[in-house]
Unconditional design. Structure first.
Length: 78
């Protein structure tokens, strides 16, 4: 799971390097382009449609992680 966590962190860093907001579709496309595992894509697909700042997206990811039961292995993102 450490590898998964690092991959998600790299995705977040890359997505917010030059912009302040992204859409759910942006996140899905980026995750798919990074060849994330199916279970991570499932997690990302749990994010409600909308426009997100990094903090808000991390809140949504953290909620999905907790609901999926991965909080002990993935931790949380900020």
């Amino acid at each position: 799971m450490e590898e998964t966590r690092e991959l998600i962190e790299r995705m977040l860093d890359a997505m917010f390097a030059q912009v302040h907001h992204v859409t759910r579709l942006d996140v899905i496309i980026r995750a798919e382009s990074m060849d994330m595992a199916d279970d991570v894509l499932e997690l990302i697909n749990r994010i409600p449609p909308g426009r997100y700042t990094r903090a808000r997206l991390c809140d949504q990811l953290n909620s999905a992680i907790t609901a999926h039961g991965w909080s002990r292995t993935l931790g949380t993102f900020d």
